[in-house]
Write a protein that binds this ligand. Structure first.
Ligand SMILES: O=C(O)CCC(=O)C(=O)O
Length: 301
């Protein structure tokens, strides 16, 4: 049986493939740029040191243990199956913002190691969006395949997502997966490029409901890996991605974060800037899946 599950079904081997590993060319800016241009993504091992990642992981899971969602020792990330978040916390958005502003977390998500990598990929000084997407993914959950463009269509046209593993994330625990060659699906990409995103607060994001069926229809494979703490995928706004289901036999919550990076010299979407950014809809950190108790269901973000 496949170790990879999508929407409750084993992903057949013919629909699966490995991410192309670019760790060996991580110092070669030209090659990084060439590969991300061709494939839409770069997979890199050990972008951030494991000890720093584990400090961030401990910081985040300690906060979730405080609201009854994670068992002790919290760094293991084992779900209790319950939550007292709504009772313990006076405002879910404020709570989630404070977790997202954690010092150890920001040190890895927005720190030197990712920044140096993004300078190389962009070929100029890069800057991150302040608004970030921290994702504790409980058992049974996944993010369906989608493009990021509708969320990040304002400001710079050269935005990349950095998805960072905040702990080891074997395929059973629902890591990111990229749909091979989706950055050349012109029939899907051209129409979403035509949309005027300048005023819509809630962008219309096309999600695929059935990952396996969609991959089959497009004769494309889902590319993923057993992630280790500190591994990252960097991808452009027109590469379809989602996650596998988390079906951890131990009941471990998958922890990752994703941050957008762009040239520092280019205009930046003000929704994602500052100490308390409004976010995509204006609801700030409260709009994110992570702001909900782990017992509740997910929407796209
Ligand atoms: O980690 C996830 O669940 C989804 C990540 C994602 O969609 C993104 O990084 O854009």
């Amino acid at each position: 049986m496949s170790r990879c599950i999508a929407q409750g079904r084993p992903v057949p081997n013919d629909v699966l493939g490995p991410l192309r590993d670019s760790t060996g060319v991580a110092d070669d800016a030209n090659e990084l740029q060439r590969r991300i241009g061709d494939d839409g993504y770069l997979f890199l091992r050990g972008v951030v040191d494991r000890t720093e990642i584990m400090a961030a992981r401990a910081e985040v899971f300690a906060r979730l243990a405080d609201v009854g969602e994670i068992q002790q020792p919290s760094v293991d990330g084992l779900y209790t199956g319950t939550s007292q978040r709504s009772e313990v916390v006076s405002d879910l958005g404020d709570f989630w913002r404070s977790v997202n502003l954690g010092e150890a977390l920001r040190h890895v998500s927005h720190g030197e190691q990712v920044s140096a990598l993004m300078d190389k990929i962009l070929g100029e000084t890069a800057r991150p969006h302040d608004f970030m997407f921290l994702r504790p993914g409980p058992i049974g959950r996944s993010t369906h395949l989608h493009f990021d463009l509708p969320f990040f269509a304002r400001g710079s046209k050269r935005i990349f997502t950095v998805w960072l593993a905040l702990g080891d994330i074997p395929v059973e625990e629902g890591p990111l997966a990229v749909l091979e060659g989706s950055n050349r699906f012109a029939d899907l990409i051209d129409p979403i490029r035509e949309i005027d995103y300048s005023s819509a607060m809630s962008p219309q994001v096309q999600m695929t409901d059935d990952t396996i069926e969609f991959a089959r229809q497009r004769s494309a494979r889902l590319l993923t890996a057993d992630f280790q703490a500190g591994d990252a995928i960097v991808f452009d706004m027109i590469t379809m991605h989602g996650t596998l289901d988390n079906h951890s036999p131990e009941g471990r919550v998958r922890l990752s974060c994703d941050v957008r990076w762009q040239p520092a010299a280019e205009p930046i979407d003000p929704r994602y800037v500052g100490d308390n950014p409004p976010g995509t809809t204006g609801a700030g950190y409260g709009e994110l899946n992570g702001a909900k108790p782990l017992t509740e269901d997910w929407h796209i973000r």
